[in-house]
Design a protein around this ligand. Structure first.
Ligand SMILES: [Zn+2]
Length: 179
């Protein structure tokens, strides 16, 4: 006659009903929510041509999000960004889950907005972008860019060209013409 403890109270003692409470493994709703936000990240990538190219080296195909500045980068550059001082937070688009705050931050920034700030005074005639196959040059470029803020333009965000230019892409809506 032992074992009656698991009967009535067993099922109700979990934290599934509490929004944001505890959680942990095995909570399907949290996983589903995380999947929604991860999909939003992929939407951000496909929403803008600039977001499909690595923000640092320019090569096609982005696999990581730089959560620190809100940009999209390739695998090689994500590793270099982690090595900065202080290190940037980068997350794999396909291997990690994202929070709402991270997705909103990314949506509000993206590569084009980041370019206006972090490469605001960058002149391709006098400075060259690094090649991802040259880790040492890439590292020096990122140190110039983020640690020394060599091309940083505090007015790049919202200043100059007006408020919100290109920062908020239109929602991805498919419209079928009426028959
Ligand atoms: Zn790259």
């Amino acid at each position: 006659m032992g074992g009656s403890r698991g009967g009535i109270y067993g099922g109700a003692s979990t934290v599934e009903q509490g929004p944001g409470g505890g959680g942990g493994q095995g909570s399907a709703s949290r996983d589903a929510e995380a999947e929604v936000w991860s999909r939003r990240v992929r939407d951000v990538v496909s929403a803008s041509p600039a977001n499909r190219r690595c923000f640092e080296c320019g090569q096609r195909g982005v696999t990581y999000v730089d959560i620190t500045v809100g940009s999209l980068v390739c695998t090689g550059c994500s590793g270099a960004l982690r090595g900065l001082n202080p290190p940037h937070r980068v997350k794999s688009i396909s291997m990690t889950t994202f929070t709402e705050a991270e997705v909103l931050f990314l949506q509000a920034h993206g590569n084009e907005a980041c370019r206006r700030v972090w490469l605001g005074t960058f002149d391709p005639r006098t400075s060259a972008r690094p090649d991802a196959r040259d880790p040492q040059r890439l590292k020096e470029f990122l140190q110039d860019k983020y640690e020394k803020k060599r091309w940083y333009d505090p007015w790049g965000e919202g200043g100059g060209g007006g408020i919100g230019v290109g920062v908020h892409p239109p929602p991805h809506i498919w419209r079928h013409p009426p028959p």
